[in-house]
Design a protein around this ligand. Structure first.
Ligand SMILES: *Cc1c(COP(=O)(O)O)cnc(C)c1O
Ligand SMILES: [Zn+2]
Length: 405
């Protein structure tokens, strides 16, 4: 099925070797160019025979759904969050809760497509470097596909839930000295020697699956384009994927305007937001990124330049939030909406509160926050920033006393 080709995002060359992850000619980033001519004859309703989820949008995917490796990813709720809207004082606010994917983060959207591709290529071993969620997701999809899996994690810097998942799904879990950027360098070396099929987001097939979060949001809003979509930015593939999805919907004529894409980073790990604030098209890597939001603790984002294009191309924005603002938004989302997101995901909510306060987001806006992962992934951070359980004797009177405080 050739509904696409892989090209270099920088020089435009067509790339034939399916096992390279950068352009053999110029070293640039790769991307998939979809042929959407046939899709132009369809309308959104034609796709609704399939359930809400990644594979409803097969027309926009570069792999054959007939042999998909799937554990029912996507189809996540878009909550109308009235309490958060009131708190932020915006007209309408929604949370797209990606924590309800099979392994608890949006990474499953990319992995179902990436591992389906690995299977097409008859790859013997798949691998990735990860701050946690990518490895949890790859381990699950590799298990489903029956392919051997190696994940490279920075030593001691992975949230407990994510580590448990990678171990339990049966991946070879390798703890690498150094940070995420070091772990990725090793994984890339393995891929260069063709010892693994690399499924980091530098692999052009993964963002293709990640486009589906935008397709679903549009479906759930009946194709009424929101004013703004806000998401956390780490390695920056997700914001790029959302932008790519928007350009494809525009190409087939299903939308005629774009939401302002707004990328939020943690203050201690914010190369993209810094570049945006000085109107640059490229970023300067951050040497030692630090934030409690481990999923976005990335100093040298692989898709950073693509993210900046997504932001500039939609008249969007980029800003930072502090760790305190992240935890406070995480609590607010749990306590006002009953939605428990992981710290990185709360960056989008924190960003909305902050940018509204600064007047960058307007009161009249209809805003969507993408909350990328589940709070259960990182119980240690949640417990650390909560009051400890209250000691209580086995007595009704004492319970009453405590409840009346
Ligand atoms: C991966 C991840 C991110 C960052 O996404 P990028 O595509 O790397 O920008 C944010 N939040 C969670 C929960 C993640 O797992
Ligand atoms: Zn090139």
């Amino acid at each position: 099925m050739m509904n696409h080709k892989v090209i270099c995002w920088d020089c435009g060359a067509t790339v034939e070797d399916p096992f390279v992850s950068i352009c053999p000619r110029c070293g640039g980033l790769l991307t998939v160019k979809m042929d959407l001519e046939k899709v132009k004859e369809k309308k959104p309703a034609d796709l609704r025979k399939e359930p809400l989820g990644v594979w409803r949008y097969s027309d926009f995917l570069p792999v054959d759904p007939a042999h998909k490796i799937s554990i029912q990813e996507g189809g996540t709720p878009l909550y109308k969050t009235e309490a958060l809207a009131e708190q932020a004082s915006v007209k309408e606010m929604f949370v797209k809760f990606e924590g309800l994917n099979p392994t608890g983060s949006f990474k499953d959207r990319g992995m179902t497509v990436g591992v389906t591709r690995a299977k097409e290529l008859d790859a013997k071993v798949v691998g990735c470097a990860s701050t946690g969620n990518t490895s949890a997701s790859l381990a699950a999809y590799a298990a489903k596909a029956g392919i051997k899996c190696a994940v490279f994690l920075p030593s001691g810097k992975v949230a407990a839930g994510k580590l448990a998942q990678a171990l339990f799904y049966g991946a070879k879990v390798l703890s690498v000295d150094g940070n995420f950027d070091d772990a990725l360098a090793l994984a890339r070396k393995m891929a260069d020697e063709k010892k693994i099929y690399l499924l980091n987001s530098i692999n052009p097939y993964r963002p293709e699956g990640q486009k589906s979060v935008l397709f679903e949001i549009m479906d759930q809003l009946e194709y009424g384009v929101p004013d703004r979509i806000v998401l956390p930015v780490g390695n920056a593939a997700n914001i790029w994927a959302v932008y790519k999805a928007l350009t494809e919907l525009e190409e087939v004529g299903w939308i005629d305007k774009m939401p302002m894409l707004t990328g939020i980073q943690a203050e201690g790990s914010s190369p993209v937001a810094k570049a945006f604030s000085s109107h640059e098209e490229d970023f300067v890597p951050v040497e030692n990124p630090e934030t409690l939001a481990t999923a976005i603790r990335i100093g040298n984002p692989v898709s950073g330049r693509k993210a900046l294009m997504a932001i500039y191309g939609t008249g969007g924005y980029s800003a930072t939030v502090t760790d305190e603002e992240i935890v406070s938004a995480q609590k607010l989302t749990a306590r006002r909406e009953g939605v428990f997101v992981e710290p990185a995901s709360a960056a989008s909510v924190a960003g909305i509160l902050k940018l509204r306060e600064q007047g960058i987001i307007d009161r009249d806006e209809r805003v969507v926050a993408i909350c990328t992962g589940n709070g259960l992934k990182d119980p240690d951070t949640a417990v650390k920033y909560s009051e400890p359980p209250i000691k209580c004797a086995n007595s009704v009177a004492e319970v009453e006393k405590i409840l009346s405080r």
